[in-house]
Design a protein around this ligand. Sequence first.
Ligand code: ATP
Ligand code: PRP
Ligand code: MG
Length: 284
Amino acid sequence: MRIAVPNKGRLHEPTIDLLERAGLHLENGADRQLYADTVDPDVSVLFARAADIPEYVADGAADMGITGYDQVREAQVTDVAELLDLEFGRCRLVLAAPEDGSITSVDDLAGGTVATEFPNVTREFFAERGLEPNVVEVTGATELTPHVEISDAIVDITSTGTTLKMNRLGIIEEVLSSSVRLFAREDVREEPKIREVRTALASVKQAEGKRYLMMNVPEDRLDDVRDVIPGLGGPTVMDIANGGGEKVAVHAVVDERAVFETITDVKQAGASDILVTEIERLVE
Ligand SMILES: Nc1ncnc2c1ncn2[C@@H]1O[C@H](COP(=O)(O)OP(=O)(O)OP(=O)(O)O)[C@@H](O)[C@H]1O
Ligand SMILES: O=P(O)(O)OC[C@H]1O[C@H](OP(=O)(O)OP(=O)(O)O)[C@H](O)[C@@H]1O
Ligand SMILES: [Mg+2]
């Protein structure tokens, strides 16, 4: 099975990092190479432009892909199924126009010109409103086009909003909201290896924001401690070897935001020797 991942740009690093954390360590995949192997002899990696990845998966150059949802929509691929929202690369595709101009609504673009790197998504968006503006495809610096009279408005990516503000553009409407997704071709999505990759990536997402808490608790305080531990299922309780029998070890997975309060609470309830560690993966 081959998985297509972004070869550069802002999605490259976080994608590689995610694969590594999922245990799919890359081998002989030095920069600028087209392919890399992974520790799993049945999984290889193809490096491609973020925008080309959906097409590569649809065509069979790869079986799975990792790229932005915006790119999957723009590629208009069929027979490709989303397996997992990887929740990074969050951004919105928005319709925007000069702040002080005459365009203030979608309808104002009837007969107008819209510049974008996403012509298909843009045409679809307007078609749903019964509009068919002139769509000009550009390959970058889209935000400049309204100021050089190439367009009346743009459909472009925004996340912090800095670029729009710098170019004195205001959002008229959201076209879609995006994040990075794992997807596969329909005909292979149920293959065991693909399910395995999905599970591995999901386990990393599951573990994010969770902490593993370990502590020792006198047996007669166990119920009090149990009462104040939030989170995933009940805690695991174990006898301590040579512990003399009065104390047990309690382990629990806790939301990172709850750790601070939980430590105070379990300490008060009688726990000692409290350890907090990160979790690499969590397979449910
Ligand atoms: N500002 C942003 N914030 C969050 N995600 C973004 C942002 N810009 C782009 N993305 C996401 O990253 C994807 C690829 O964008 P990126 O700019 O990394 O690639 P690229 O434009 O192909 O690379 P390059 O600009 O180096 O050629 C987009 O399709 C989108 O899903
Ligand atoms: O809302 P913001 O945080 O300002 O982000 C939005 C900008 O980020 C992307 O550009 P990128 O940095 O990828 O440059 P590029 O145009 O060269 O791809 C996108 O095309 C916008 O221009
Ligand atoms: Mg870019």
